[in-house]
Design a protein around this ligand. Structure first.
Ligand code: ADP
Ligand code: MG
Length: 333
């Protein structure tokens, strides 16, 4: 996902602040002065949460929860407690396709990648038995208990959660004209000084990082994309997605090239972009049609773009070899 930068055209003053966290470059673009305090708070919050949520850091709160949570209840901080609560809610909403207990399956596929050998059906089935949101218990006093040796992974929702907190910090600090790019996850805050909308580009799934498939013109919201083009891995020459279908335990099908969800609730948008990707094309389109609340742009591997009616007017296509179809006007068999 790229942000269409119109700064030079409209002669605006903007300041870019960057940092690296959660394995990605994060850019803050402020279109107003007096942002230092907001940036410092957001920066410190991101680093603090990375320390708590990372499954790659053995001393993080989540690593501790994954290690001991099946034996004793672990007390976590209110932020992590609320994130787990939301994860369980979104898991239910997405019929289990968003699954924060995916860690054991992720570990299995990581090992398979290192060995360059597909896991056996039995191994996948075993890892599947050690997953499922029903194995996460939220107790009183910010305590969490895990059952059945499940382990948690917040990789699909952490950036959305941070984006919502950044918005809160910005509101408190009087920021009303800024965008934040958390690596494929764009947060737009307020409007530009000339009252024009933000232009947020959707990356072309089959071209380079700089190529744009189309762009959306939006107010204050968040735009989250899950795609297979960047974070796939290969086993035995076979391209596999980093998003797992929790129903099968196997990497998601690749009929969705990219899915972009737009919602003022970034955590929800992040969870849903992952869940819809995990569903695969047919299920994702029927889920979007049934939900009536999800706003999304789905680019398929067969060069079609499915768009919800709420976004259709806001979208401009930049590659005419794609066909745009409204999700409410199609029956996917
Ligand atoms: P990105 O980080 O590329 O934006 P996502 O937000 O879609 O991607 O999250 C992908 C990550 O989420 C994976 O790397 C993994 O840690 C985790 N994950 C994979 N499959 C699922 C799933 N079905 N539900 C929840 N988390 C998942
Ligand atoms: Mg996600």
């Amino acid at each position: 996902m790229t942000v269409m930068d119109t700064a030079l055209i409209s002669n605006e003053i903007k300041t870019i602040k960057s940092m690296f966290a959660l394995g990605t470059d994060i850019h803050f673009v402020f279109y107003q002065p007096n942002f230092e305090c907001a940036f410092d708070r957001a920066h410190n919050f991101i680093l603090d949460m990375e320390n708590k949520l990372s499954v790659f850091r053995p001393k993080s709160l989540v690593s501790k929860l994954n290690r001991y949570g099946s034996y004793i209840p672990i007390k976590v901080c209110p932020e992590v407690y609320n994130l787990i609560k939301k994860s369980l809610e979104y898991s239910k909403f997405s019929e289990g396709y968003f699954d924060t207990t995916i860690k054991r399956l992720m570990d299995l596929w990581k090992e398979a990648k290192q060995k360059n050998q597909m896991p056996s059906k039995e191994e996948v089935e075993l890892a599947l038995t050690f997953s499922g949101s029903e194995n996460v218990q939220l107790l009183q006093n910010y305590k969490v208990k895990l059952k059945n040796k499940v382990k948690l992974d917040f990789g699909a929702i952490a950036k959305g959660f941070l984006a919502d907190k950044i918005r809160e910090i910005f509101e408190q600090e009087g920021i009303n004209s800024a965008i934040v790019d958390l690596g494929g996850h764009i947060l737009t805050v307020g409007k530009k000084h000339d009252e024009s909308l933000w232009k947020v580009g959707i990356r072309h799934p089959f071209k380079t990082r700089e190529d744009v498939l189309g762009f959306l013109e939006l107010g204050s919201t968040s735009v989250v994309t899950s795609a297979s083009y960047e974070r796939y891995f290969t086993i035995d020459g076979k391209k596999l997605s980093h998003i797992i279908n929790p129903k099968t335990g196997f990497p998601a099908k690749d009929d969705i090239a990219s899915i972009t969800v737009v919602d003022t609730n970034s955590t929800f948008a992040d969870a849903m972009s992952t869940a819809l990707f995990a569903m695969g094309f047919k299920k994702a389109i029927s889920f979007i049609q049934d939900s009536k609340t999800i706003e999304a742009v789905v680019a398929t591997s067969f060069r079609e773009i499915y768009i919800t009616p709420g976004l259709a007017q806001k979208f401009t296509l930049c590659d005419s070899s794609f066909r745009v179809i409204k999700t409410n006007e199609v029956i996917v068999l």
